[in-house]
Design a protein around this ligand. Structure first.
Ligand code: HEC
Length: 132
């Protein structure tokens, strides 16, 4: 489970979260968005991995129970599919919004099954922060 989270979910969710946004620095406000076809494809691919990871979480041996674990893993699949759709539509605003919802799905499951990862003092929690 830690490997699946750290090597599959985290890096791909980060690609998705970092693809669109706004950065404010001394020179003003910059918009962050995929510029090339290749960059958009990377966003689509990342969304695809997040969706598939939901299936991996439901597999025997990984699933922690038959109830809310399954519901939350399904929620990850659903948000991953929407993430693919909006990336395919090249809709930056929707990528940003779906990214926020994706973060909520991650956090909701962690709040139930891995509370320690949400403590501000835990490095792992900071890694999951889309703003970092
Ligand atoms: C269905 C439940 C579930 C969902 C959904 C989920 N996680 Fe997790 N996650 C866990 C559990 C359980 C752990 C604790 C694993 C352990 O250490 O045993 C964890 C731990 C982690 C960790 C710490 C891994 C480590 O180094 O130990 C990271 C990072 C993480 N998740 C990222 C994510 C991201 C990003 C998402 C969403 C894109 C996500 N998770 C969605 C259940 C979930």
């Amino acid at each position: 489970m830690p490997e699946l989270m750290a090597h599959v979910l985290e890096p791909n969710a980060q690609v998705y979260w970092r693809s669109v946004g706004w950065i404010i620095d001394f020179e003003g406000e910059h918009e962050l968005r995929p510029e090339t076809e290749e960059e958009w494809l990377a966003v689509e691919n990342a969304a695809f991995v997040v969706a598939e990871a939901g299936n991996l979480l439901m597999m025997d041996g990984r699933a922690l129970d038959d109830g809310s674990w399954m519901t939350m893993s399904q929620a990850l699949i659903d948000i991953g599919r929407r993430a693919i759709e909006v990336a395919e539509a090249r809709d930056e605003q929707a990528v940003f919004d779906v990214g926020a919802e994706m973060y909520f799905v991650c956090t909701q499951c962690h709040a139930t099954y891995a509370l320690e990862t949400l403590r501000p003092s835990d490095d792992r929690a900071q890694e999951s922060d889309p703003g970092s």
